[in-house]
Design a protein around this ligand. Structure first.
Ligand SMILES: NC(=O)c1ccc[n+]([C@@H]2O[C@H](COP(=O)([O-])OP(=O)(O)OC[C@H]3O[C@@H](n4cnc5c(N)ncnc54)[C@H](O)[C@@H]3O)[C@@H](O)[C@H]2O)c1
Length: 270
């Protein structure tokens, strides 16, 4: 059921790789709610992914950008404003990658060059997006900028290695830039901390199936799906959440507030 929540709003959606991506589901939901947007991803991901299929379905233009490149980001914002016919009202940063996780490096044997890449791609890129937008004065008042995080920013997860530090930095950037942008232009900046979700990035973490099932049992509502996340993002882009900023918003079926659940007790009593 569509409610035209985003009618008249223009945006940029980063990170749709394939139909499982949270950004992919978000694009479909935002379109359903009347928003218009450009789609972007790293040039390499474009070749591997299926973003053009999504672009067709959403009637959206694709503008490649490596989110670690300030030049690419400047081009992305400038072109998006041209294509969409005005300043931007919403941005989704749905980007994460750790070469250490990809190459299965344990936490006691991290490659530091790769660690810096993890931070650059998964966290610093969020600052670059915000700083580029500010320098180009690309955002309208009350624009909503979101990035996706994970509870490993607050708690230890052995196989999440350096991504845990990246998520902690990402959430910190949302607070610091949120304070700045609110004063400058009433722009709000938040992160959404999402349940484990079966996507390319998610499933790349070793032991993913186990912590997916564990989180599901530890969440009274069960794990939040990518579709649920897309719906929450859409509401956060809308005018119904105008006073929410500088927050890390838990979207996890109750996981983060649970001590133990009946499902876990039952499982461990067997
Ligand atoms: N899947 C999960 O379990 C889960 C849980 C919580 C948070 N998240 C976060 O959600 C976000 C989206 O991930 P997803 O699960 O949809 O997986 P995904 O693999 O579909 O999306 C990750 C995207 O990051 C893009 N990317 C990587 N390097 C980039 C670069 N240099 N420039 C631009 N884009 C780049 C990839 O091309 C891909 O589209 C990530 O921030 C991820 O950490 C995922």
């Amino acid at each position: 059921m569509a409610n035209n929540l985003l009618k008249g709003k223009r945006g940029i959606i980063f990170g749709a790789l394939d139909e499982n991506s949270i950004a992919w589901k978000t694009a479909l939901k935002v379109k359903e709610e009347g928003g218009v947007f450009t789609l972007t991803n790293a040039p390499i991901a474009m070749r591997l992914g299926k973003i053009n299929e999504l672009a067709k379905e959403c009637n959206a233009e694709v503008i490649p950008a490596d989110a670690t490149s300030e030049a690419d980001l400047a081009n992305l914002f400038t072109k998006s404003m041209e294509v969409l016919g005005g300043k931007i009202d919403f941005v989704l940063h749905s980007i994460g990658m750790s070469p250490n996780i990809r190459k299965e490096k344990p936490y006691g044997d991290l490659n530091y060059e790769w660690f810096q890449k993890t931070l650059d791609i998964s966290a610093l890129s969020f600052h670059k997006v915000l700083q580029t937008a500010e320098k180009l004065d690309a955002l309208n008042e009350w624009a909503s900028v979101l990035a996706l995080s994970y509870i490993a920013a607050q708690r230890s997860y052995p196989d999440y290695t350096d991504m845990a530090q990246a998520k902690a930095m990402l959430e910190s950037i949302a607070r610091s830039y949120g304070a700045r942008y609110a004063k400058l232009k009433k722009v709000r900046v938040n992160t959404i901390s999402q349940s484990p979700t079966r996507t390319t990035a998610g499933s790349g973490i070793s032991g993913f199936d186990v912590f997916f099932d564990f989180a599901d049992m530890m969440s009274p509502l069960g794990n939040a799906s990518a579709e649920d996340c897309a719906a929450y993002i859409t509401v956060m882009f809308s005018d119904f959440t105008r006073m929410v900023t500088m927050q890390n918003l838990m979207h996890d079926g109750g996981f983060s507030s649970s001590g133990i659940t009946e499902d876990i007790v039952e499982r461990l009593s067997k």
